[in-house]
Design a protein around this ligand. Sequence first.
Ligand SMILES: [Zn+2]
Length: 71
Amino acid sequence: MFKLLFFITIIAIVYFMFFSKRKPFPPKKQEKAMEEAMIPCDTCGIYVQAKETLMSSGKHYCCSQCLEKRS
Ligand SMILES: [Zn+2]
């Protein structure tokens, strides 16, 4: 009987570790998706990766030329 309880405890610990390890993954994936999201340039409309856009007064631009044209 104690052996069975021991095994159940081990399984429970393994199960918990498995889930606690897997839990942080979805938010990280979402963060990566946000970084790789394509945003259109406000001047020329070209889609640029969100992390590579230039932001000015809440608008995104693909390059400094586009930024200068609008501002
Ligand atoms: Zn542009």
